[in-house]
Design a protein. Structure first.
Length: 146
């Protein structure tokens, strides 16, 4: 089973069972953001975690094997039209250089890891309308000279 078929199988099963990433993550002891990313094919799960996810959903070993397989992280390079995803692109477009400047002033020349990384999504109630809080926490990786 390839990652695309795995994702279709997992997502359709999730929907059929009326599950959320939050519920699944809580039940499995996993971050719902990481869990969704792995199930959407952008991260690999350790074999025991992959097996637990597949068993939780009532899916077979072919799904567990696909979850454990190393992904090739390729995504559509065109600007997306989905409004929520587009807004994330817009944030990086407007604030990307700003974030780079601020991070490098604080840490030096380098990058934030997307490997040694965690992310959470929370809902913040507000009388003017609830807000989305996205927290990203990545290890700073300085560029090295040799």
């Amino acid at each position: 089973m390839d990652k695309l078929t795995m994702t279709d199988t997992i997502v359709s099963t999730k929907v059929a069972k009326g599950l959320s990433w939050e519920t699944m993550g809580k039940d499995l002891g996993l971050s719902p953001v990481w869990l969704a990313s792995a199930c959407l094919g952008m991260n690999s799960a350790k074999p025991d975690t992959a097996k637990a996810i597949a068993e939780y959903l009532g899916l077979g070993p072919e799904v567990a094997n696909a979850l454990a397989a190393y992904p090739t992280k390729i995504w559509d390079q065109t600007v997306p039209s989905d409004p929520l995803i587009y807004r994330l692109y817009e944030i990086v477009g407007v604030y990307g250089d700003t974030l780079k400047q601020v991070i490098q002033e604080k840490f030096g020349d380098g990058i934030m890891s997307a490997i040694d990384f965690a992310m959470e999504v929370d809902r913040v109630e507000d009388p003017k309308g609830d807000r989305v809080l996205i927290s990203m926490n990545g290890k700073f990786l300085p560029y090295k000279s040799w």
